[in-house]
Design a binder for this molecule. Sequence first.
Ligand SMILES: Cc1cc2nc3c(=O)[nH]c(=O)nc-3n(C[C@H](O)[C@H](O)[C@H](O)COP(=O)(O)OP(=O)(O)OC[C@H]3O[C@@H](n4cnc5c(N)ncnc54)[C@H](O)[C@@H]3O)c2cc1C
Length: 373
Amino acid sequence: MTAIVVAGGGLAGAAAAAALARAGRDVTVLERDAAPAHKICGEFLSVEAQASLAAIGFDAAVLGGHRISRLRLVRDDAAVSVGLPFEGLGITRRRLDAALLDHAASCGAVVRRGVAIRGVDCSDGLRLDLAGEAPIRPDMLLLATGKHDLRGVRRQAAEPEALVGFKMYFQLNPAARQALAGHIDLILFDDGYAGLQMVEDGMANLSLLVDRARLQRVGGTWTALLADLVKRNTLLADRLIGSVPLLEQPLTIFRVPYGFVHRPTANDPDRIYRLGDQAGVIPSFTGDGMAIALHSATRAANAIIAGHTASAYHRALRRDISGQIRRAAALYRLARMPLAQRALFGVAGTFPSLLRLAAQYTRVPPRARSALY
Ligand SMILES: Cc1cc2nc3c(=O)[nH]c(=O)nc-3n(C[C@H](O)[C@H](O)[C@H](O)COP(=O)(O)OP(=O)(O)OC[C@H]3O[C@@H](n4cnc5c(N)ncnc54)[C@H](O)[C@@H]3O)c2cc1C
């Protein structure tokens, strides 16, 4: 039987492995983290993402997340609250990814944790170089290493944004917890934005992205940045008063290539399928990166089962996701300019339904989903 290796056991990799194993395929997942770990993510699991999971027999609702059906857009001391056109779930990636990887194993996939892939050589068949063990030669490779590029098969992404991302969990004060019930707060500020929402076990996730130059201006550290933001934003100050940070250090990320969509070329190796962030990266404010990762997983598994080539899969996926990623990237570029951000906020305040429209048009389109589920 064709030996399929999945590089990376995040959402895309685990979902694809589960779908292939359910179809009786010989599939092995190599995940470099030896144990479940926190990941930088706002942890808003959209309704489309939940439906993709359900299609492979996985019910995210049983994991105890926090249901979210409203968005509160905040700038300076003003806020606009709208009902979302869908319900999301706030759930930590540590819990979700671990449960999905366990699900892949229960479907029959071999899951090897603590195995890091160093690089891929496509010059003579496929060869994966592993850290501390002999190379392996699978027949097919699903590249699902997220933001991490592997030597030999790097993404052709454009120059990444000069942004730094942070994520921290907090135990909030009771009033803040109550105010956040069922809501996600999207807080805009000059040169960045933050998302605050509850996840499971009464914890709140604060994830934010900030221009590197702004971070440097306020002192270059998470503590200095947070102090500066709290000073300028009453709502954030109210939320965080008396709160307790739950991680020793925030998780950080930089050089995210927002707007990237893999463009298949004639030189692409034909047995390598790119999934998740290896195939396309949508600005995080949409809360749809996980849905794209899961959609790509189902598309790739279906393509392999149907005997379609990797380039046919990449073309189909590009058709599915490039529109939403382009729209989200345009909105995001606009919102990075303080004047345009103010204008957008003003328009959203007058016509809140535009916020719902923006949310709808930056999701995996229903026509792409209906072809699969
Ligand atoms: C700040 C921020 C906030 C976000 N907020 C949201 C949100 O609220 N909602 C949403 O839907 N999306 C959000 N996203 C996007 C979302 O996190 C990603 O799109 C999603 O995680 C992509 O899934 P993936 O499976 O492709 O990659 P990942 O989830 O990153 O998984 C990749 C896996 O590969 C493993 N790996 C990496 N390198 C190797 C290697 N060399 N060998 C073996 N294993 C390896 C990693 O350990 C990891 O487990 C956010 C992103 C950012 C940056």
